[in-house]
Design a protein around this ligand. Structure first.
Ligand code: SF4
Ligand code: SF4
Length: 467
């Protein structure tokens, strides 16, 4: 469709320009600026901060009193300078740590990070636990330090990085006997987080290709439990922004991130909206609520095709605004608008919760209200799904009865001149149309123009009119 081509071009323009703008700004700025700002906040005049020098690189801080100008009162350093290999969920977490000559952590400030904002809203509280601890002690998560709920990877990265960098500084700059870092055992690849997403996608794909409703619900339930409740990790605009910013997590500590991104992209390019249709935890929640509404015989909220078509542009608007805003401000906090992040992070402002509750209530009355009209990552997935290799097509025996149009729960089918047209970016591959077609003329077929044009078939008509 021309509409989808146009939206894809806008997306690419915003994504590429935004990413270039972000990297240009990054090349102009460096951490020194952030470090100086944090140092000004910590030291208000009684101490003098010397320029960053030495190996390991650090700021030496001396008493500002003229009688004691040579008394070292603290050293400050950027943890990233000493532990660049330690990454959080989505890349390095840079902190400014201040340590007394005796090895006590005096202060610690966040300089920069790329973690999902909805999950690390308590990062400042979390790092304040380090204050007052001696660097010779241990910093084990869950024992010495309480982690951030639902952000274990971030908490672990911070604890390891503070522990390791502080001990390095203590040993090399302050000549203290601080022992070895407590949490610095080499990380091993967690194969379970490669196998589980693979199984999840396999179940979803088998459900789509085998028209198996049970497998589809099984995948939705597994997605809800595994991705939603246990891992709190979903396909989101945050990943899109981080890819544009070239911020990637460590594969060994976070293989799920890579599996989710790769499997979603592959399934989009081959079949279409497998993730949205059969895996997304928020989609499962919305569908259950919708079916509950029907069970209770509450009146369904229906919109005409015209209203639905127009309202769908809203989610593309949300996608473009969130992308542009994220690249402008230099992090993905604009993605906090994603209702599923709020729900599964279980944290939001009152306004955020009111928004999620509003969306969930609407889901009771309208099938996947959020997905259809508002979800920015659903909009992006749709643009890729439009170009998938295999799609549902109609055979030439189609009699134009319109049953498929009536049963499609997302209104992705429209009858034009007695021929059904599928809006592929909206199709969640639920197979309702395939199942209910009285003539059984719907099927998955390799796309797209070339073979249809060669044979001048009904699919050709469908596609041409679709444009
Ligand atoms: S549109 Fe958004 S919320 Fe809906 S299934 Fe897709 S990612 Fe999930
Ligand atoms: S009923 Fe609609 S959403 Fe389901 S497979 Fe058919 S076109 Fe796609």
């Amino acid at each position: 469709m021309k509409k989808n081509r146009f939206l894809s071009i806008i997306f690419l323009a915003i994504f590429c320009t935004g990413a270039l703008y972000y990297h240009f700004r990054q090349s102009q700025s460096n951490d020194i600026h952030l470090e100086n700002k944090a140092l000004q906040d910590v030291f208000t005049g009684a101490e003098k901060v010397h320029p960053k020098l030495g190996s390991p690189p650090r700021y030496d801080i001396y008493q500002a009193h003229p009688d004691n100008p040579e008394v070292l009162t603290a050293v400050a350093f950027n943890t990233y300078d000493l532990t660049p290999e330690i990454k959080g969920y989505a890349g390095p977490i840079k902190l400014l740590a201040v340590i007394s000559p005796e090895g006590t952590i005096r202060d610690i400030r966040v300089l920069k990070h790329s973690e999902t904002p909805a999950y690390v809203f308590t990062l400042d509280d979390f790092i304040s636990q380090f204050k007052g601890k001696n660097i010779a002690g241990s910093f084990r998560l869950g024992k010495d330090i309480d982690g951030i709920t639902r952000a274990t990877m971030t908490s672990e990265a911070v604890a390891r990085s503070v522990d390791k960098s502080a001990k390095k500084i203590g040993r090399q700059a302050l000549k203290l006997d601080v022992g070895d870092p407590s949490g610095d055992q080499p990380k091993t690849l967690s194969y379970i987080h490669i196998i589980l997403p693979l199984l999840l996608f396999m179940a979803a794909v088998c459900g789509v290709l085998g028209r198996n409703i049970f497998l589809r619900w099984l995948a939705l339930l597994a997605g809800f439990i595994y991705l939603g409740l246990i891992k709190s990790t979903m396909v989101s605009v945050v990943q899109l922004v981080n890819i544009g910013m070239l911020k990637f997590p460590d594969f060994v500590t976070n293989p799920l991130w890579y599996c989710l991104v790769v499997l979603t992209l592959l399934s989009l390019m081959i079949l279409g909206m497998v993730y949205c249709g059969s895996i997304c935890p928020f989609a499962g929640v919305q569908e259950v609520l919708f079916h509950l509404g029907r069970k209770l015989k509450w009146k369904e909220l229906k919109f005409s095709h015209e209203v639905t078509q127009r309202a769908r542009y809203v989610k593309f608007g949300v996608l473009f605004v969130v992308l542009a805003a994220s690249f402008m401000i230099g992090n993905s906090s604009a993605a906090n608008i994603e209702a599923f992040l709020i729900l599964f992070a279980a944290h939001a402002s009152q306004a955020g919760w009111a928004f999620v509750v509003f969306i969930l209530v609407l889901s009771v009355f309208h099938f996947r209200f959020w997905c259809k009209f508002l979800c920015p990552i659903g909009a992006f997935n749709g643009l890729l799904a439009d170009k998938s290799i295999y799609k549902i097509h109609f055979g030439p025996e189609c009699g134009g009865c319109g049953v498929c149009d009536k049963v499609c729960p997302v209104g992705a089918i429209q009858m034009v001149d007695d021929k059904p047209l599928i809006d592929y970016p909206e199709c969640i591959l639920c197979n309702q149309c395939v199942e209910k077609c009285p003539k059984e003329v719907l099927f998955f077929k390799k796309s797209f123009h070339k073979s249809a044009q060669q044979r001048g078939s009904t699919e050709q008509d469908t596609l041409t009119k679709h444009d």
